[in-house]
Design a protein around this ligand. Structure first.
Ligand code: FAD
Length: 357
């Protein structure tokens, strides 16, 4: 077992942000990442995927994201390059490809089992994201449909659907962006569980972060929140979505009742043949490596106090969503929660003692 102060699992934006603060705290750490190369979830996603904030509002701690050539909302490749350069700039000790299998308690340490050996750590920060656990709801007849079914995670480009009848399911950002993307080449039916709620055109990722932070402060102060992001809407109106919405092609229908061989069927019996159904129905946190710790859950995720797991104070969870810090699943939002996670870890008994020698 290789001893180290802290093991970070995952080298996406959350893992790198926390690496930055671990370096500053002069703790000995490694970042283990299952992929072949840098970029986390930004190595995947569809060709036309755009950030929902300009570059200057999409920075990790310490080093601003360089401007996107030509301005506007950066493409995924720009984020990928930024994350790769960030790793190099701060000489973060990322080991890849290394897949963490299971984390177990081992006396006063945690044993982090991987496909290349075991690490022994005072503390573990789990930053594995959600991209790796696509969620598709169960619908009646789901297995009958003879057309193609895929999740957001499998969508690459509209050209794959040229001339086809495509049903896009989901009223969030991915559903809106993919429906907007496809409209130019395919006959799209956009289906949402409730009427789509576009955020005001001037609300982008930075404004969302500010709203989420205010909300957290309100809740922490014991007041009822009335100004959350959820009250404003769901869909950030990036330029491609705005163009499609303004052209009147982003009109949604209510969710269908079931699928049959040819396509969706609505409650009133209306059926619509389709060649493909794309499920833009979200992701769940990728937490299988924590199953061995038997953590207590709340609302389906491990109970946390800030980022710290209530049932295991040596474990922090970072970057998964608002339950791990306000807007912590965004580039701009993950920094403050990463900093407070490291401050808590640095105060653990016995940690960093090497530096005091
Ligand atoms: P990831 O980027 O997923 O990184 C996790 C890393 O952990 C990966 O490299 C993975 O391989 C690795 N890993 C997983 N399991 C293991 C394991 N067992 N062992 C070892 N390694 C493991 N965010 C923004 O800030 N701005 C935006 O504009 C924005 N737009 C978005 C638009 C869409 C449509 C979507 C779907 C997301 C958007 N996001 C945006 C969110 C953002 O993409 C993700 O929240 C972000 O990538 C999460 O970062 P992360 O570091 O937590 O996880």
């Amino acid at each position: 077992m290789t001893p180290v102060d802290v093991v970070v699992v995952g080298a996406g934006q959350a893992g790198l942000a926390v690496g930055y603060y671990l370096r500053r705290a002069r703790l000995e750490f490694v970042v283990l990442d299952a992929q072949q190369s840098p970029g986390g979830a930004w190595r995947h996603g569809w060709d036309s995927l755009r950030l929902f904030s300009p570059a200057r509002y999409s920075s990790l701690p310490g080093w601003p994201m360089p401007p996107y050539p030509g301005g506007g909302y950066p493409a995924a490749g720009h984020v990928r390059d930024y994350l790769a350069a960030y790793e190099r700039r701060y000489e973060l000790p990322v080991h890849r490809p290394v897949r963490v299998g299971a984390i177990r308690r081992a006396g006063d340490r945690l044993a982090v089992g991987t496909d290349t050996g075991t690490w022994s750590a005072h503390a573990v920060i789990s930053a594995t994201g959600t991209w790796w656990r696509p969620f598709v709801p169960t619908v009646p007849g789901g297995t009958l449909f003879t057309g193609r079914q895929l999740h957001t995670a499998g969508y690459r480009t509209a050209d794959d659907f040229a001339g086809q009848r495509v049903v896009v399911v989901g009223g969030g950002n991915s559903g809106a962006q993919i429906a907007a993307d496809l409209h130019t080449v395919a006959a799209v039916t956009w289906v949402t569980r409730r009427p789509p709620r576009f955020l005001p055109d001037n609300v982008d990722g930075r404004a969302l972060f500010e709203i989420a932070t205010r909300r957290r402060r309100t809740l922490d102060a014991g007041h009822q929140d009335t100004s959350g992001v959820a009250g404003l809407g769901d869909i950030v109106v990036v330029p491609a979505v705005r163009r499609a919405r303004d052209a009147g092609v982003l009109r949604a229908r209510e969710m269908f009742a079931r699928l049959d061989h040819d396509g969706p069927v609505w409650t009133n019996g209306v059926a619509e043949p389709a060649d493909a159904v794309i499920w833009c129905t979200g992701f769940r946190p990728a937490l299988r490596h924590l199953a061995s710790l038997g953590l207590r859950t709340e609302y389906g995720v491990p109970a946390t106090d800030g980022t710290r797991a209530v049932a295991e104070p040596r474990l922090h969870l970072l970057g998964y969503g608002d339950w791990t810090g306000p807007a912590s699943a965004t580039l701009v939002g993950v920094g403050p929660t990463a900093r407070s996670a490291v401050a808590e870890i640095a105060a653990l008994p016995g940690i960093g003692a090497r530096w005091a020698d």
